[in-house]
Write a protein that binds this ligand. Sequence first.
Ligand SMILES: CC(C)(COP(=O)(O)OP(=O)(O)OC[C@H]1O[C@@H](n2cnc3c(N)ncnc32)[C@H](O)[C@@H]1OP(=O)(O)O)[C@@H](O)C(=O)NCCC(=O)NCCS
Length: 325
Amino acid sequence: MRLHAGAEMINLFCVRPSFIHRVSRSVVITLRPMTAADLGAVAGLLLRAFLPLQPRFSLPRSAFLQLCMDDAPAGAWVAEQGRELAGAVFGHNWGRIGWIGPLAVSPRHQRHGIGSRLYRVAVQGLNESGCAIIGLDAEDHVGITGFYQRLALPFSVGTLDGCKAVRPGSSDVDDLLIFSRSQEALFSDEWSALQRSLARPFDLLPYVQRLHQHGLGESAVVMQEGCAKALMILQTGPKLVNDRAAAARLQMCWHAPDMEKRAVFAAAERLLRARYPACRYLYVRTIEDASEWLVEGQCQVIRRGRRWATRTPEFLNDRYVWFWE
Ligand SMILES: CC(C)(COP(=O)(O)OP(=O)(O)OC[C@H]1O[C@@H](n2cnc3c(N)ncnc32)[C@H](O)[C@@H]1OP(=O)(O)O)[C@@H](O)C(=O)NCCC(=O)NCCS
């Protein structure tokens, strides 16, 4: 394929372990799988790409990027022009669901077709590793929306990010939470059973383990009246260099339909007090149609975005507090 970039022509070589795809001549962009040695340069590239959109964005921590890379090596790629890093993409593999992000192209290489190429190669890698549905979250911004529309992602919904103050309180562990680290076997049994009963197309246990390995999170099954009612993954480590140290993200959460929202938030706070007592802020992301979640949880709306997916509107319209990558 041949892509116009102003007066110059760009050649895209896509080097995958299994095939090489030559596109054209002149300027050459190589797409290759990301390695751990790329992560420092990738952090700098993400900063350059996101800073114009998010003035408070700072350098991503390499521990966080390493977690992203380990989550789905097949979805982690870089684009290079000669020895210069031009773009990078990460993927996440959660069973039948694959998630893309972050994806970025350095400002001076944008609008040359590199972002689309990175997106496609990451999707292909995720598909090949078993993900049937691909989704991603992005800033609600005219350029980015145009980019994903151009990629013909058929489904999208608005998202809201909220921030909740976490009050200090007793850090006594109660028997309503089953922790992923200290009660591993019981946690695994209850988690698997609840995951099956909620019929979500996810397999998140490998991700829970990866968070442990990287020291970046804690998960729990929430019990009510002797029954498992909710699954929760908290990411407790800072993602960016200047993130407020005492903050956590409710990265994933689903619950049985009969569980009250208030109880979900109370469980998240108990989990934080027990495992991350210094934490003072909890970030959550939900879809716009479920904004009452943020009201119920006394969260301040801090950002709006858009969630895109390759298929299944039912998957996008889930009203439960959801996740972000
Ligand atoms: C979004 C981003 C990855 C796009 O990468 P890119 O290499 O510039 O994208 P492409 O050249 O492949 O663009 C393909 C098409 O998307 C659309 N598009 C891309 N950027 C656009 C913009 N700023 N405004 C409007 N349309 C845009 C265009 O239709 C474009 O085709 P065209 O150039 O022939 O008109 C890049 O702009 C970026 O890194 N932005 C900052 C970080 C970010 O927002 N990442 C995505 C969020 S997860």
